[in-house]
Design a protein around this ligand. Structure first.
Ligand SMILES: [Zn+2]
Ligand SMILES: [Zn+2]
Length: 138
């Protein structure tokens, strides 16, 4: 069981199990929504994830493919916590650095490198994809 939460502590969560996909996303939405050149995220089973304290606020926007993407964040401190895609309610995409201990993260892929910033350093040993790797597009 891993725990995490936002900067101010109003929102806390727990998550069990292993990541289904560990990624660093360089899309412009992640860049803008985080203020950073990429976002480290893990896709976890939604039924292994639960909010244990507080209630995140949600912002819904369309993906490039036209699906609703819900971004959950703390309304008090603004910390982005997780993302859910309408086509995959069984999966939650957690922002790795909101875990109390994010050190276990091992990225499998850099995605959306078509919009990676030229000043960001990408590890050449991690597979890079212009958009998504096959079968991970959600
Ligand atoms: Zn907060
Ligand atoms: Zn992204």
């Amino acid at each position: 069981m891993r725990s995490g939460g936002c900067l101010c502590g109003a929102i806390r969560y727990e998550c069990a199990g292993e990541a289904q996909f560990s990624l660093q996303c360089h899309c412009r939405d992640c860049q803008r929504g985080s203020g950073a050149p990429h976002v480290a995220a893990v896709r976890m089973a939604a039924d292994s994830f639960r909010i244990t304290q507080g209630a995140p606020r949600r912002y819904v926007a369309k993906s490039d493919a036209g699906n609703d993407i819900t971004r959950a964040f703390c309304a008090d401190c603004g910390t982005p916590l997780y993302v859910q895609v309408s086509t995959r309610p069984d999966i939650v995409g957690l922002r790795v650095c909101t875990f109390d201990d994010p050190s276990w993260f091992r990225p499998e892929a850099n995605i959306f490198v078509k919009s990676a910033q030229p000043w960001d350093h990408l590890d050449p040993d991690i597979p890079a994809f212009a958009v998504y790797p096959t079968g991970k597009a959600y």
